[in-house]
Ligand binder design. Structure first.
Ligand SMILES: Nc1ncnc2c1ncn2[C@@H]1O[C@H](COP(=O)(O)OP(=O)(O)OP(=O)(O)O)[C@@H](O)[C@H]1O
Ligand SMILES: [Mg+2]
Length: 368
């Protein structure tokens, strides 16, 4: 656990980079600091390992005031990963990763053995250990950076825009890798980014900073997206935040309505003012009969109005909105896991759920 208590950093030129920060970073999860450039994210991060000293206030790591710790020793216990990985160019990849264990007094053999294990852990083939950093792709370099930060098995990992120098596809791969690693390692990770999408993707808690080093909101991603604390946060998380937050809403909450249905091969019955959903023998939805349709004899597949996408109950709510918006009747068709008709849902119902969205973005639900 990392506690910021009324922490302020004023640089010599008078710039207030961090202003009265009160924040508790929970142990064992990924906490993201996000916000526009210059809002004090890096400064806040660097005060944790004393690369920057606060002007006032206190920072505690596991209840210990960091000022009581010897800075080099403190830093060895806290992994640090930066953009472009910050690898030593004249050392091999393996030696880069072995750096901290060597500094901590491990034998060369043991440090290298550990380094090789870590390369494997971050998904790099052992042969790459013999190369120099410039001989790796950007994504591979970032992985080496993560391996190096993990080398001494620190309980705390600070990551400052570690993935922002790589292209979006590689970046997503690295984010997935980090989530997978974190599942295994349960580190306390503080991750800095400009990118709100990255923040809500990997953070269990997200701290949004605004210019002047002020904490604007600190919440779980779903909460942040559904209920931004003010206009600044609302603007920062983006206009489509409601749509984004669909991924986080527990779809177990959707209350299904029912519509009239008729089976293919059966008579349609008297015309009604409502849309009628047509099902096959397995109760799979096949299409719609519009209001006031008159069907002579049995319903056949040929005369149907095609339906929209189907939403499988229990999957992310985004699909429910797609189903409602793509349906000719305005009613999204919900099916069970065997594809059988379960009910319908309107776009309005889905949007109401988002308004009431509660933070449910736990690790298990994050795989959207
Ligand atoms: N050594 C310094 N001396 C004076 N001002 C500084 C110093 N380091 C940072 N600042 C200022 O403090 C503020 C916060 O900087 P910081 O690097 O923490 O921002 P950031 O949120 O990490 O920005 P970015 O997203 O661009 O990395 C900025 O206005 C910056 O110019
Ligand atoms: Mg920064």
């Amino acid at each position: 656990m990392i506690e910021f208590r009324a922490v302020t950093k004023r640089f010599d030129d008078g710039t207030v980079a961090v202003n009265q920060l009160d924040l508790t970073v929970e142990a064992g999860i990924i906490t993201v600091f996000v916000g526009p450039s210059g809002c004090g994210k890096t400064t806040s991060l660097r005060m944790i390992n004393r690369m920057v000293e606060p002007t006032s206030g206190t920072i505690l790591v596991d209840g210990q005031d960091v000022r009581a710790a010897d800075p080099p020793r403190l830093r060895r216990g806290i992994g640090y990963v930066i953009q472009q990985a910050g690898l030593f160019p004249h050392r091999t990849v393996l030696d880069n990763v072995a750096t901290v264990p060597l500094l901590s007094g491990w034998s060369r053999g043991r440090a290298r053995h550990r380094a090789a294990e870590l390369l494997e852990l971050v998904g790099l083939p052992a042969e790459l250990g013999r190369r120099y950093p410039a001989q790796l792709s950007g994504g591979q370099q970032q992985r080496v950076g993560v391996a190096r930060a993990l080398a001494a098995d620190p309980p705390v990992l600070l990551m400052d825009e570690p993935f922002s120098a790589v292209d979006p596809v590689v970046r997503e791969g690295l984010q997935d890798e980090l989530l997978r690693l974190q599942d295994e390692l349960d580190k306390t990770i503080v991750f800095v980014t400009h990118d709100i999408d990255e923040a809500v993707r990997i953070g269990e808690k997200v701290a949004v900073f605004r210019e002047g080093g002020v904490l604007a909101q600190y919440a779980a991603p779903a909460e942040l997206l559904a209920r931004p604390a003010d206009d600044f946060v609302a603007g920062f998380v983006g206009r489509d935040r409601g749509y984004r937050s669909l991924s986080f809403v527990d779809s177990g909450e959707v209350a299904l309505d029912q519509v009239s249905t008729v089976a293919i091969g059966q008579p349609a019955g008297a015309p009604t003012a409502e849309w009628v959903l047509v099902l096959d023998e397995q109760r799979h939805p096949r299409g719609w009969l519009p209001p006031r349709s008159t069907v002579e004899g049995a319903v056949t597949e040929a005369g149907l109005t095609p339906g929209g996408s189907l939403y499988q109950a229990g999957t992310p709510l985004r699909g429910a909105l797609d189903a409602a918006l793509s349906s000719p009747s305005g009613l999204g068709v919900v099916v069970d896991e065997r594809g059988g008709y379960a009910g319908v849902v309107t776009a309005r119902q889905v949007l109401d759920l988002i308004e009431r969205a509660r933070p449910t973005a736990t690790g298990a639900e994050r795989g959207h």
